[in-house]
Design a protein around this ligand. Structure first.
Ligand code: ADP
Ligand code: ASP
Ligand code: MG
Length: 467
């Protein structure tokens, strides 16, 4: 059994969809048991979310314009791909219904003047719910017996509407109950990425870019042999190709390397994609819809090769918060209190670093949270600040993290020296550094203005551009 997930560019228009259809038909030759997961057309989710937000602010024109654009893009694709008139008529009805649903929801948001997470979840999932029936129809047009299934019937999450957490047991039961009979009859289920529902059937979504995660969840539920992520690049590359044009595809990555890269900003995989696959050891392959014979990247538990630094990523829009003071030295519990105060703010800490002199603790958080976190720490340490045991709490904005990833870094001497050598040559100052205990990742906090040059110089210093 294989799960095939197609991203927004792979279904971005008639030509791309035709390519996707050809890939599904070809894969079916290798294994008749396949499940197709699709994203919304490129840009559609953004359009839906922007329209809903504009509606909440009283702007009704935005969703009316969006409605026209949605209908036009999907109809154009349907007309180019589906020649059977009855099929075309049916799909046109489905598309019309969905778009009317979008308009009604936005109208309700405009009347209420408020957009709840629950409302936004329904609206933002409509792109996948437009695309999946269209892709199923296009597949049938090519002789593949495809059948549309809404993933709201398959993936059960909690009620965090915009980034639902899957409940795997319930998901497994529903997915198997719904999809195994279809597969048994030789059908190809075509389902929506990104969308899910609570146990009571209230629509949720899995967070932006969550279709990759959908594919992995379904792969685990069905004990698939492989999860294929079809996108618009030749696999996971040594760096973001928009930043480093000479970046090259990596043949193989471990789950933890892929997870580190995704977590630190490599958009090609949603950071949670690896989780459902790890338990059952399901390999993930990242493949290029527009270069389908290229082997892409295999993400697996045990690598057959690979050493040293493999890839690097950059995550932007961060701030560095520092708690400093001579009085902190040897005082137990400062770190625990610091992170308890931060956790109470619901803030995600991306990196932590403590100087061995114990005179400061610094950590990196999203820029938008920095002021709130600093204020919470000043309150938490009010006593120590008054008694000058802690000098104070500072926050520095315009910070990025450059993450250097590779399992083979473990036990390879000289990596840090090479890293700092490359940065030193460019006169780039490292504000803080952290190395995870797994030694799969070295994270460097830098000033935002140095990010691009740092990534390029590290890429070159480690010869990642290849031959
Ligand atoms: P999809 O719509 O197929 O899910 P995404 O846009 O979410 O595709 O992810 C693919 C994009 O991720 C690529 O086009 C590329 O620009 C970007 N990207 C960033 N970092 C990397 C990386 N290290 N390797 C590959 N692609 C990357
Ligand atoms: N369409 C959703 C998004 O843009 C999910 C995805 O593409 O993976 O976030
Ligand atoms: Mg994506």
């Amino acid at each position: 059994m294989r799960i095939l997930k197609f991203g927004g560019t792979s279904v971005g228009g008639a030509q791309a969809i035709a390519q996707t259809v050809a890939i599904v038909a070809e894969q079916r030759g290798h294994d008749p048991n396949i499940v197709v997961v699709t994203s919304a057309m490129r840009g559609v989710t953004d359009l839906l979310i922007d329209s809903a937000k504009a509606a909440a602010a009283g702007d009704r024109q935005r969703y009316r314009d969006a409605r026209q654009a949605l209908i036009a893009r999907h109809r154009d694709a349907a007309e180019a791909l589906i020649s059977d008139l009855e099929e075309l008529d049916q799909i046109a009805t489905v598309l019309d219904e969905r778009v009317r649903e979008f308009e009604r929801l936005c109208m309700a948001v405009a009347i209420l003047g408020e957009l709840t997470d629950r409302g936004l979840a329904v609206i933002s999932g409509l792109g996948e719910r437009l695309m999946a029936p269209l892709l199923a129809a296009a597949l049938r047009g090519r002789g593949v017996p495809a059948e549309f299934v809404d993933a709201g019937e398959l993936i059960v999450t909690d009620d965090i509407y915009l980034s639902g957490n899957p409940q795997m047991e319930a998901t497994r039961a529903r997915t198997r109950e719904r999809l195994l009979p279809l597969l048994g009859r030789g059908r190809v289920p075509v389902t929506t990425g990104f969308v899910a529902a609570t146990a009571d059937g209230i629509p949720t979504v899995l967070g932006r870019g969550g279709s990759d995660y959908s594919a992995a969840i379904l792969g685990a539920a069905l004990d698939a042999d492989e999860v294929q992520i079809w996108t618009d690049v030749d696999g996971v590359l040594t760096a973001d190709p928009r930043l480093v044009p000479e970046a090259r595809p990596l043949p193989e990555l471990s789950y933890s390397e892929a997870a580190e890269l995704a977590y630190f900003g490599a958009k090609v995989l949603h950071p949670k994609t690896m989780l459902p696959c790890i338990d059952r050891g399901i390999p993930i392959r990242v493949l290029n819809t527009f270069n389908p014979t290229f082997p892409g990247t295999r993400v697996v538990a045990q690598m057959t090769n690979g050493s040293g630094v493999k890839a690097l990523t950059v995550i932007r829009g961060l701030a560095l918060v520092t708690v400093a003071g001579r009085g902190m030295m040897g005082v137990p519990g400062i770190a625990a209190r610091t992170f308890a105060a931060v956790a109470a703010q619901g803030t995600n800490v991306l990196m932590i670093s403590q100087a061995s002199s114990e005179q400061s603790i610094c950590f990196v958080v999203p820029e938008g949270d920095a002021a709130r976190v600093a204020a919470a720490l000043e309150t938490a340490f009010a006593h120590e600040i008054r008694h000058r045991e802690i000098d104070g709490v500072t926050s520095e904005r315009d910070i990025v993290i450059v993450a250097v990833v590779g399992e083979g870094m473990r036990g390879t001497p000289g990596i840090a020296a090479r890293l700092f050598g490359a940065l030193g040559e460019k006169g780039i100052n490292v504000v803080a550094i952290a190395q995870g205990s797994s030694e799969t990742n070295i994270s460097l906090a830098l000033a935002a203005r140095d990010a691009d040059s740092a990534v390029r110089s590290i890429h070159t210093a480690f010869g990642l551009g290849g031959s």
